[in-house]
Design a protein around this ligand. Structure first.
Ligand code: UD1
Length: 419
């Protein structure tokens, strides 16, 4: 297994181009199953999760062609059963259920794998399909959904943790070909849901309200091929801004949508950094004093759970006491034990990390446990004295396009050691 060696203490300066959003691209690629006609998706990031999704689509019978960031898919004749070997590698493979159900009236996938973040159920997805008239059967590690006739309905996707992002996309993808009108209450408001809705609309779907808590979908008979450019990855951008905060003289993220980053840039300026937005660029510079914060990870437009670990890395060396709570995935704190190995002073109290800032972290061998935790460990390594060895970096390659090369271009010293 590859590992990453971060030589701490280098200052970052310069500009980094942000890739297309992984979390947008995954359901959008799945949505191409909804039509027999060819679709062209651009700004698709080169990541292992994307590779898994394209492999699933090929295994289902789609013709898939990829040239740099552009993918052409034609789902003329398709199967409805996704093979376990690939599906188990990625939780987001669950989002082929909605389009297969919409188009073929049935779908079977294995229960999803992916990041190890506590228990990640798909009950809300299934509740949505049932409301549209599907029968759901879970057996032998597979979920099968079957609906000879899909009928629009009023569906609530609210849970104790907020809504569900992939669940909202999944139900939306099934409902676009259902008979009549579907209203999703308690819908996720994330920009990735809006991006998927925009692609579906370009395919001929009738959708209103994406980006709000209530989405209305009027079913149509069929969809056609379309072209779409994926939105920039707000989490990759946020991670580079956090890197700039941790170890930067001046770091600019370019090709971003600053509005999607507001909760992150808002917190970074509260933490004492200077933030400048200019068109599709955001720059971070050190301010006069760093400030410890209370941070709550909540659904969009609030501060994202996918940036929680990176903020823990920043707060680990910010003088004072920071309190970081994750209300979306309360168990998502696997990075804490690893950061403590680097000298961080963090106490976990349920879904809350109480962080006493120390003046300096020290390099140590650490273990990446999930995608964002691994990014956070690399960021912690940037400010540590000595070398931080991040093991199991396949997690990071699931969601960051060449993070080591991009950080090195900014002045970091990171080596990737091939296994
Ligand atoms: C997506 C993102 C992930 C991000 C998360 C929250 C993708 C590929 N991944 O994951 O990076 O961290 O949104 O912003 O887009 N839940 C249920 N029942 C369900 C579904 C979810 O109880 O059926 C709970 C989850 O356990 C969690 C919360 O709802 O506590 C939010 O999960 P959800 O929005 O579904 O996350 P994903 O869409 O899987």
């Amino acid at each position: 297994m590859d590992k990453i060696l971060v030589h701490g203490g280098r200052r970052l300066r310069g500009s980094v181009k942000i890739s297309g959003s992984k979390n947008s691209a995954l359901p959008i690629l799945a949505a191409t199953l909804l039509t027999k006609e060819p679709c062209t998706i651009s700004r698709v990031p080169d990541l292992s999760d994307i590779h898994y999704m394209l492999t699933i689509l090929s295994e289902l019978g789609c013709e898939v062609e990829r040239a740099s960031g552009t993918v052409q898919i034609r789902a003329e004749k398709i199967l409805t059963h996704a093979p376990y070997d690939i599906v188990r590698k990625m939780r987001a493979s669950v989002c082929i259920l909605g389009p297969l159900l919409g188009r073929e009236h049935e779908a079977t996938v294995s229960l999803p794998g992916g990041c190890v973040i506590g228990d990640r159920p798909i009950d809300l997805h299934l509740r949505g399909f049932e409301a549209l008239g599907a029968a759901v059967k879970v057996s032998g590690g597979n979920v099968k959904v079957l609906a000879p006739h899909l009928k629009g309905a009023r569906i609530s996707l609210r849970s104790n943790f907020g809504s569900t992002v992939l669940g909202t996309g999944n139900v939306m993808m099934a409902a676009v070909l259902a008979e009549g009108v579907t209203v999703i209450d308690g819908a996720a408001e994330e920009p990735e849901v809006v991006d998927l809705a925009n692609f579906l609309i370009a395919m001929g779907a009738k959708i209103e309200g994406a980006g709000t808590r209530s989405i209305t979908i009027e079913g149509v008979k069929e969809l056609h091929g379309a072209e779409h450019e994926v939105i920039p990855d707000r989490i990759e951008a946020g991670t580079f801004l956090a890197a700039g905060a941790i170890s930067g003289d001046e770091v600019t993220v370019s090709r971003v949508i600053p509005a999607h980053l507001e909760s992150v840039t808002g917190l970074l300026s509260k933490a004492g950094f200077e933030i400048l937005s200019n068109g599709s660029q955001v720059t971070i510079r050190p301010g006069s004093k760093r400030v410890a914060l209370k941070i709550d990870a909540v659904p969009y437009p609030g501060f994202p759970t996918d940036m929680q670990a990176q903020m823990c890395a920043l707060m680990a060396t910010t003088e004072g006491i920071s309190v970081v709570s994750d209300h979306v995935f309360p168990h998502r704190f696997m990075h804490v034990a690893e950061m403590k190995r680097m000298g961080a002073d963090i106490e976990l109290q349920g879904g809350t990390a109480v962080i006493k800032g120390v003046s300096q972290l020290g390099g140590a061998p650490v273990m990446a446990s999930d995608l964002r935790a691994s990014a956070a460990l690399v960021l912690a390594g940037l400010q540590a004295d000595g070398i931080t060895e991040v093991n199991r970096v396949y997690h990071i390659d699931r969601g960051y396009e060449s993070i080591d090369e991009k950080l090195n271009e900014l002045g970091a010293e990171i080596e990737r050691v091939k296994a």
